[in-house]
Design a protein around this ligand. Structure first.
Ligand SMILES: [Zn+2]
Length: 328
């Protein structure tokens, strides 16, 4: 599975430009599903039949990134954010555009006690003039972090584990499921990082009976970390609440019961910030009971996100258990 994760995280596909990662996922799952289609916004929907209850399982394909807003006379690029980019984490890091152009983040001189904001940063793509820069990028070009996947043993580090790890888990679950008991709509969504947009239209089209997102969550297990109960390596997290969703009790009980029954390590998650695709899915039409299988992840939204493969395995097993449990 690490090879699949390496492949998925090495792609630059920020929100709205998911075509490269979508093509790879499509190829990976083609032989494991009954039907596969793209909706008008670009969500990739893979269907596996197994019963009359429709279960939407969602993982988002997009990742955070930057978008060029201006090119100055010397060829330095100014940019805005696509999703939650923290300016404190950028200086000295690299970005890669969807056309392969690479740049390094630099910062203007700051006054004493001046707050670092995105407007103080620029991206240097090695151009000597605006004209040279424009041969490689233009206003509106988008880029993502450019960092390599690292295998640290049980733990792995990569950019965009949010949420390529969810995509990898859904792909792996689709390959492993042998007796689906529901109609599974495994949906690889677009534009989650800019407001759960793809999930909204996908859920409207599918009209699911249940919704389950698979996405990363923050941890509280690093030095002086914000107080959070989630720990890396302590199992798949069953979300109870975040800013976008209170997990439906039916779904919370389903996931908890399946984890206990199958001896899958799990922990409960209450996240005081953020949201996932289930935040959009559960508000579709007259409402969809929804929940989230979360993967504990350190250093969220940085170029070096970290997850534990034991948690990843637990999440795959929990997803497969949902697929193989007859729901009504
Ligand atoms: Zn995410």
């Amino acid at each position: 599975m690490k090879e699949l994760i390496r492949k998925l995280t090495s792609i630059s596909s920020p929100s709205g430009r998911e075509e490269q990662v979508r093509a790879v996922i499509k190829e990976e799952i083609a032989s494991s599903v009954d039907e596969i289609y793209e909706d008008k916004l670009g969500n990739l929907i893979a269907v596996k039949h197994g019963g009359k209850t429709k279960v939407l399982l969602a993982a988002h394909m997009d990742e955070i990134g930057i978008i060029v807003t201006d090119i100055d006379e010397q060829g330095f690029l100014r940019f805005g954010n696509v999703g939650g980019i923290n300016p404190q984490r950028l200086v000295g890091q690299r970005a890669r555009f969807t056309n392969g152009t690479i740049g390094v983040f630099g910062v203007e001189k700051l006054e004493e006690n001046e707050k670092l904001t995105l407007s103080k940063l620029y991206l240097d793509i090695g151009a000597r003039s605006a004209e040279e820069a424009r041969q490689k990028v233009m206003v509106g070009s988008v880029a993502t972090y450019y960092h390599e996947f690292c295998d640290l043993g049980d733990r792995i580090v990569a950019k965009a584990l949010d949420d390529r790890i969810g995509c990898a888990i859904l792909i792996e679950a689709l390959k492993r499921v042998t007796k689906p008991q529901n109609d599974l709509y495994c949906t690889f969504t677009v534009q989650e990082e800019v407001g759960l947009r793809g999930a909204r239209t996908a859920a409207f089209g599918i009209e699911p009976d249940y919704g389950i997102a698979i996405d990363v969550t923050g941890t509280g297990d690093t030095p002086e970390a914000e107080r959070l109960a989630i720990k890396l390596g302590h199992g798949a997290a069953i979300k109870v609440k975040d800013n976008s969703l209170i997990t439906h009790p039916k779904v919370k009980d389903l996931l908890t019961g399946l984890a206990v029954k199958n001896k899958i390590p799990y922990q409960f998650e209450v996240l005081p910030f953020g949201g996932t695709d289930s935040g959009a899915i559960h508000l579709t039409k007259e409402g969809v009971p929804s929940g989230v299988i979360s993967i504990p992840c350190r250093y969220l939204h940085t170029p070096s996100e970290m997850v534990d493969m034991n948690d990843v395995e637990a999440a795959v097993r929990l997803a497969v258990a949902v697929m193989e449990t007859k729901l009504d």
